[in-house]
Design a protein around this ligand. Sequence first.
Ligand SMILES: Cc1cc2nc3c(=O)[nH]c(=O)nc-3n(C[C@H](O)[C@H](O)[C@H](O)COP(=O)(O)O)c2cc1C
Ligand SMILES: Nc1ncnc2c1ncn2[C@@H]1O[C@H](COP(=O)(O)OP(=O)(O)OP(=O)(O)O)[C@@H](O)[C@H]1O
Length: 262
Amino acid sequence: MKVILIDAENLEAVQRKSEQSVMALGFFDGLHKGHQTVIQIAKQHASKKQLPLAVMSFFPHPKTVITNSNVDYLMPIEEKTHQLKKLGVDLLYIVHFTKEFASLAPQTFVEQYLMKLGVKVAVAGFDYKYGFKGEGQVHMIAEQSQQQIQVVIAPKVEMAGEKISSTLCRNLLKAGHVEKIYALCGRPYSIQYDLQEGIEPYFTLPKRGHYNVEIHTTQHIYSNVIEVMDEHFIRGVNIQSSDKVKIVFYEADPYYMKELVN
Ligand SMILES: Cc1cc2nc3c(=O)[nH]c(=O)nc-3n(C[C@H](O)[C@H](O)[C@H](O)COP(=O)(O)O)c2cc1C
Ligand SMILES: Nc1ncnc2c1ncn2[C@@H]1O[C@H](COP(=O)(O)OP(=O)(O)OP(=O)(O)O)[C@@H](O)[C@H]1O
């Protein structure tokens, strides 16, 4: 998979070298089942048209730029890249989300970032918004591209009557319900952890408390109960051999469940 970072400076150069594609649009934090559906639909269209499957994501998260608020990221770009590769994506564009980019008119975004990048089919969820104040709605891409781009809208993917979203995953983490993230994403929630520095940037720890986890080093996998102490540190990893480990969260430890109720 090719990863192409775009900002205002290199946009023209990227446009000149671009190839035609079917493109899925969105931030895609956590790559939950809603995101997976959008990408699978895009993949079907890419196969049918014999075009590469592209994803356009952004960095940092739009909310941090638009409202200056903090976002508890579910994964950094490296992990998103890894997961998108597994889903069969050929080309990942990551656009630097700045105040200037946020203030682009919807029509300008369609012309400069979709048409000029060779997008033939754009795939997004029913609620995808683009352009200044989020005024562009996914169905408007067809008209704003003078019908040069075919638009495919993914239906809402729900669980227990609720839309699956990155926000829902973040709220479940904050409540300590790591096992529910497994259901929403189709894989357990995992983070990268540095034994000296604590949690790696752009991952988020679940609520303080005890959890049943797997600790993956480069050599071994250990099952363990660890304690999340605060936003950065975990107690009980007890591995000396490697500096960085992957920690896979399965469930809040039932013996300590009471902590989560309080
Ligand atoms: C080029 C571009 C510009 C955008 N500008 C804004 C903006 O000015 N304000 C805004 O709320 N959303 C903007 N968005 C949409 C945001 O990325 C995000 O989808 C939107 O804030 C909806 O967030 P929500 O899912 O939390 O409701 C823009 C998106 C793109 C692609
Ligand atoms: N449950 C869902 N069903 C269908 N499409 C979805 C679903 N969730 C997100 N999408 C689509 O996937 C793409 C990426 O979603 P995005 O990351 O922007 O939203 P999100 O998961 O709802 O995040 P947040 O909670 O931060 O708004 C968008 O095109 C969006 O419309």
